[in-house]
Design a protein around this ligand. Sequence first.
Ligand code: ADP
Ligand code: MG
Length: 312
Amino acid sequence: MVLAVEGLVLRRRDGVRLLGPLDLTLAPGERLGLVGESGSGKSLLVQALFGALPPGVLQTAGRVRAFGVAMDQPGPARDRLRGARLAWVPQQPDQALNPLLTLAEQLTLLPGLQRQEPPRAVLARLGPLLARLRLPSDPAFLARFPHQLSGGQRQRLCLAMALSCDPELLVLDEPTAALDASVRQDFLDLALELRRERGLGCLWVTHDLAVAADVCDRLLVLYGGERVEAGPVTRLLETPRHPTTARLLAASRREPSRETGFLPAPQDRPVGCPFGPRCPQAQTSCLDWAPWRGTPGDGLRCQRPLAEGIGP
Ligand SMILES: Nc1ncnc2c1ncn2[C@@H]1O[C@H](COP(=O)(O)OP(=O)(O)O)[C@@H](O)[C@H]1O
Ligand SMILES: [Mg+2]
């Protein structure tokens, strides 16, 4: 299994639960979409997968394994995976770029670290990839610093860095969120093309179901730090059963990048279903989150799921 997350719980230092308990698995070559509106815990989950939680967030239960290695335990096995078999394209390019390093230095850093590959050899090897990403590879360009690039170029540079050690799994955390609408589709097309050519597995984070439909086979829908629905992308788009999924779908059809509404702060989340207060289907039993209808295996967690065949 490429990824195996079991019973993961993340909390703030004051004990407030931010995510979980959450289970997730990803098979080799599989393309999983992680969807949910802003604040639902997508980036925290990604950070947990890399064993790189932000200060102030603690893992209080569960296990996170990638390629059989515990990512929640520091050590050389984990260090060997990060940026090598398991690569990451961040939400903001600045999360992956060091402002003090030239492009050549950024690009040669990971292969140097993970494969002891000399800088000149790395740059020669990456030439065709840079060309595919429409990034010049002449010395003058590579001597630039990140702030001298456009937003689109910076994100394409992040993609080149993520692919620089030929990963088996690429994790993209809303990679187009920081881009202008005009270059968003361009980045998506490039990332999709490269993913397909290399047969890469991917975990693609987005709040836009329209994007997820293009890039994934399977979807996991998060709301308020909890998994509310999961399954094949075609099934979720045709017959969403959790009201949260239906809501995301409606939002993506109206206007792809539209913010989909108000999610309570972690400390203000209800005891029951996190979507309960906003849900048009809610009934009193939804205040009790523990039992849910449907078998645990089908990934749906809702007491009043939308009927089969009834779209949003
Ligand atoms: N470093 C942090 N300290 C405390 N709370 C955090 C931290 N990072 C994220 N959170 C909280 O965790 C929740 C999930 O955040 P995040 O994973 O960034 O959401 P998403 O990526 O789905 O938009 C939010 O309520 C956010 O405020
Ligand atoms: Mg995020």
